[in-house]
Design a binder for this molecule. Structure first.
Ligand SMILES: *[C@@H]1O[C@H](CO)[C@@H](O)[C@H](O)[C@H]1NC(C)=O
Ligand SMILES: *[C@@H]1O[C@H](CO)[C@@H](O)[C@H](O)[C@H]1NC(C)=O
Ligand SMILES: *[C@@H]1O[C@H](CO)[C@@H](O)[C@H](O)[C@H]1NC(C)=O
Length: 621
């Protein structure tokens, strides 16, 4: 009831949705009139969404919402493919104007009084009326105890009108009967029910004495503005027809399925965890036109929509990344720009000094890593620490790791030299930023092809800051560590002597990676002869280059399609990076300049190569 609560004294028209489907349009013009919308609905999942949709004709409102569980047997025409929207439920012939509902009706349906038509007479009984066995409707005795009958006629006429706001609505109706008079042998009450000239009872119908019974439509009618109903006595009937109660329903097809229920509970958990201040109400994905802001969903014809993209960018999220994110099984992309997202909302801002390496590492991550943004570093969206595991949530890199691509990735071609040298330069830039661009500076400590990730444009970004250590102040030149860190094959040989890692330790690891990019070989190469020892790729390349042949080290899968000077220069940089002594290694800034030269050489000759082949000359450098 509107009750002019907002003082505007204006009517309102809005839509209701049940589950993810349209239910009905509500038109409220009289502020003091109560409007009730009722639907009999089979819930496909263990919750029911009810939505009031603003259609631009006033602010929707609701005064109360009641939910009644219903026996499965009742109203069989409400099922998973259609719902029944109540158009009217009338109790014919009561002597007063009270609505019958609970406790008279155990299901708390509201039976509106319907009498005082000039052509009708009321009949009543005080005897109790029983429901027949397996009654589909269980109309209460109090409703059936009164009935109407036509005066001076053998026909009882009535009608219902179609909802003017519905789009060719379909209707079902139930007519409830019970004989209230104890008839003599000579008396007979027998009638047919006709709607628009169609007889709806297959046999002439005789109501049973003090028992419930019904004539109901089992196929919906539609296409009319007004449905004329005639209940007409047969020729053999000595008594006029009666009518005790009637229900009319609009049939509502269920078109859309709700979002996968696991996705719904998860997204609701995320919503409450972060107190997300968005207009996130109702079903997340359906109906499609009302899907939540920040979500993309996949829609299939016969299965529930799934959440595929969750974009919480710039939502100001703070606190721990909940485990719930892992339950969004169909999510492919999780995007964010929420620098305060970490494992503990308080430590985000005031990192405490704690003993224990893992705690320190974590604190260094709340302190620094979320502040680090560079196009050649994989963005850390946040992380989750549940005591046993530390899980990082990173930017999505569709082409996997450099390791995958060097080993060969199903469905992908081998990397060309141009792509390889570009990946090397991108990685070098990311590393240089860690060494010089961040405050405090960071030593990665685990540079290897696994930790260089590629996006769909094959742009390389450095990942896995898990063991990265920040310099405690900018004056320090190294970080002391107790345990060896990094991966065998990539660890700075000087580390084993001096027990400390420096920026030059990363330069060494980068040199090994660059040699792998050139040769396609692993970091440690198993010897082929019976006595030969496994050797590091840097020794392997040094041995071969000392015999003067660059082609013998270059990855054969590039099929000779590279500029020899470009590869040669890259190999020289890589060997300098893998010098035994850190002081002889270049800085990452030097490496970047040298790799840029390699790219220019390849680009110039690449242009030339194309020009030559256009002229039909099959020349290889
Ligand atoms: C809403 O109801 C009022 C009063 O019954 C009626 O005049 C008006 O036309 C209705 N609006 C629509 C859109 O049907
Ligand atoms: C229903 O009955 C009324 C008269 O009671 C008549 O005017 C109207 O045409 C009828 N409607 C239909 C669709 O037959
Ligand atoms: C009327 O009753 C008679 C006798 O019982 C029966 O033969 C006849 O078929 C009935 N007529 C109708 C229309 O039901």
């Amino acid at each position: 009831m509107y009750g002019n609560y907002d003082g505007l004294n204006k009517g309102v028209i809005f839509d209701l949705h049940i589950g993810v489907n349209y239910w009905r349009t509500v038109n409220i013009s009289d502020p003091d009139k109560r409007t009730i919308a009722e639907v009999i609905f089979v819930a496909p999942v263990d919750y029911i969404q009810v939505c009031l949709v603003n259609s631009g004709l006033g602010t929707p409102f609701i005064s109360s919402l009641d939910l009644r569980p219903m026996k499965n047997r009742l109203y069989p025409f409400a099922n998973s493919s259609q719902s029944l929207v109540l158009a009217g439920r009338l109790n014919a012939g009561p002597t007063d104007t009270t609505i019958i509902r609970y406790p008279d009706d155990p299901h708390d349906r509201m039976w509106e009084p319907w009498s005082n038509e000039p052509t009708w007479a009321e009949i009543t009984t005080t005897s109790c009326i029983q429901n027949i066995q397996n009654d589909l409707f269980e109309v209460p005795s109090a409703v059936l105890q009164t009935a109407v009958t036509p005066v001076n006629s053998l026909e009882l006429k009535t009608f219902w009108t179609a909802d003017p706001l519905g789009k060719d609505p379909e209707y079902l109706a139930n007519f409830h009967f019970s004989e209230l008079m104890n008839l003599t042998k000579d008396q007979k009450r027998e009638f047919n029910l006709i709607i628009q000239d169609v007889r709806f009872s297959s046999e002439p119908f005789t109501p049973a004495f003090l028992l419930s019974n019904a004539i109901y439509l089992d196929n919906p009618v539609h296409g009319l503005q007004q449905y004329n109903v005639t209940i007409k006595a047969t020729v053999n009937s000595t008594l006029p027809p009666i009518l005790n109660a009637v229900e009319v329903f609009m049939v509502l097809p269920v078109f859309d399925l709700p979002t996968d229920s696991a996705d719904v509970s998860t997204i609701n958990a995320i919503k409450s965890e972060y107190q997300i201040k968005r207009d996130w109400y109702g079903d997340p994905c359906a109906p499609k036109s009302y899907a939540w802001d920040g979500l993309n969903c996949s829609y299939a014809v016969s299965s529930s929509p799934r959440i595929t993209v969750l974009n919480l960018a710039s939502s100001g999220l703070t606190g721990e990344i909940t485990n719930a994110f892992g339950n969004l099984k169909a999510v492919q992309t999780l995007v964010g720009d929420n620098v305060d997202l970490c494992y503990d909302g308080t430590e985000c801002h005031q990192p405490k000094k704690k003993s224990g390496n893992s705690k320190i590492a974590i604190a260094i991550i709340a302190q620094h890593l979320t502040k680090i943004h560079h196009r050649n570093l994989v963005s850390l969206i946040g992380y989750c620490n549940d005591e046993n595991y530390l899980a990082l949530v990173l930017e999505y890199m569709s082409e996997g790791s450099l390791q995958d691509r060097l080993k060969g990735r199903p469905g992908s071609s081998w990397l060309t030299w141009k792509e390889r040298i570009r990946i090397a330069l991108d990685s070098a830039k990311g590393l240089e930023y860690l060494h010089k661009g961040c405050n405090p500076r960071i030593i990665h400590q685990d540079i290897k092809p696994h930790n260089i990730l590629l996006n769909e444009r094959l742009e390389a970004k450095i990942a896995d800051f898990g063991v990265s250590k920040a310099f405690s102040s900018n004056d320090d030149t190294h970080v002391s560590v107790k345990d060896p860190v990094g991966t065998y094959g990539y660890i700075d040989p000087e580390y084993y002597v001096k027990r400390k890692v420096t920026e030059k330790s990363d330069v060494y690891s980068f040199g090994v990676v660059l040699l792998q990019i050139i040769t396609g070989q692993p970091a440690i190469i198993q010897g082929t002869g019976p006595e030969s020892e496994p050797v590091n790729v840097s020794q392997w390349v040094r041995q071969r280059l000392s015999r003067g042949n660059i082609d013998s080290v270059v990855d054969a899968r590039m099929q000779g399609d590279y500029d020899i000077n470009s590869v040669w220069n890259a190999a020289k940089v890589a060997l300098e990076c893998t010098e035994m002594s850190g002081v002889h290694r270049p800085t990452m800034a030097d490496v970047i300049v040298r790799l840029q030269e390699c790219i220019e050489l390849e680009a110039a000759v690449g242009r030339n190569r194309n020009g030559v082949s256009r002229n039909g000359v099959n020349k290889k450098e």
